[in-house]
Design a protein around this ligand. Structure first.
Ligand code: CP
Length: 321
């Protein structure tokens, strides 16, 4: 693996990354959370959009692997003086860094950066395009819930996952729609017609199914329900349908929670309680939300190790872009 720009990858590559993340996950139980794998390596987290989970967990992941981690954000950097992404990337690369983790509001920015700077690049979320480490951590958390201690080497074969909400604006939905079917899962994208992209309506093109009725999907008793954040900032300050209509049709309310059965409840965060799901749903035993956050550190350790560790077999050859 040379870069991680997309969640589109072969099953064996995804399972290998999830298994490596299982190895990394052991560190959670240790008193001293430090491995020497990336000693002497420097990673820059370049975040042009706000983030709590992704930026913190990449920083923790790098530090637990003994890398030096530098955080650069759009605000407070020379980007606010008009410097281009290319010049910012080349400037950082010229300082001798070994890898760059980038979040950008512009779809395709990480791929551009990868072409320009000649260093491993990780896509930490680009516009409405992709968020590959989110999809990997979602798969990791769900695989653990379903297979427990026997998760290694396994995919998510036959697991029925409904992804609900603002599909059109969601990089999380896109990356999961690429990764989860590769792991054998059956994915249904659920949302209001105005928030379902045209491509999703033709599910055969993506290998997923599209549905507009959350109630019909709940009646099918899915194994997992992933609620997406309603992205107010990508909808020019308004949502269509209205918040009230959204709650009526697509929110995991207490009433729908009662009909959901044993499904695992997932959300990438940050969540809007009362809009995408009720507090009772978010805080229930079925919720994997905090397990997803914990998984984020393990998965990001696995990604950084795969890209940057000199003793990792794929760190010196080509592979997934
Ligand atoms: N899930 C996610 O990307 O969260 P942050 O925006 O907090 O990083």
């Amino acid at each position: 693996m040379k870069h991680l720009l997309t969640a589109a990858m072969p099953r064996d590559e995804a399972v290998a990354l999830l298994d490596l993340a299982e190895d990394m996950h052991q560190i959670q139980d240790r008193e001293v959370k430090k491995l020497p794998a990336l000693r002497g390596r420097t990673v820059v987290n370049l975040f042009f959009e706000d983030s709590t989970r992704t930026r913190s967990s990449f920083e923790i992941a790098g530090k637990w692997l003994s890398a030096d981690v530098i955080n650069v954000s759009g605000k407070g950097s020379s980007v606010s003086k008009g410097e281009s992404l290319r010049d910012t990337g080349l400037t950082i690369a010229a300082m001798g860094v070994d890898g760059v983790v980038v979040r950008s509001g512009s779809s395709g920015a990480p791929a551009q950066l990868a072409d320009w700077i000649g260093r491993p690049v990780v896509n930490a979320g680009d516009g409405t395009h992709e968020h590959p480490t989110q999809a990997l951590l979602d798969a990791f958390a769900l695989r653990r819930r379903i297979h427990g201690g026997a998760a290694r080497g396994r995919g998510l074969d036959g697991v029925r996952i409904a992804i609900v909400g603002d599909i059109a604006h969601s990089r999380v939905a896109r990356s999961n729609a690429l990764l989860l079917p590769a792991l054998g899962a059956e994915v249904t994208l659920v949302g209001p017609p105005s928030l379902l992209p045209v491509a999703a309506a033709d599910g055969t093109r993506l290998g997923v199914r599209a549905e507009t009725s959350l109630d019909r999907v709940i009646a099918e008793r899915p194994d997992a329900l992933m609620l997406l954040r309603v992205q107010l900032e990508r909808q020019a300050g308004r949502i269509a349908p209205s918040a009230g209509e959204y709650i009526t049709g697509w929110s995991l309310t207490d009433e729908r929670l009662a009909r959901l059965g044993d499904a695992h409840i997932m959300h990438p965060g940050p969540m809007n309680r009362g809009l995408e799901l009720s507090s009772r749903a978010a805080d229930s035993d079925a919720s994997t939300i905090l397990e997803q956050v914990t998984a984020g550190v393990s998965v990001r350790m696995a990604v950084l190790y795969s890209l940057l560790a000199s003793d990792h077999p794929s760190s010196v050859d080509g592979g997934t872009r």
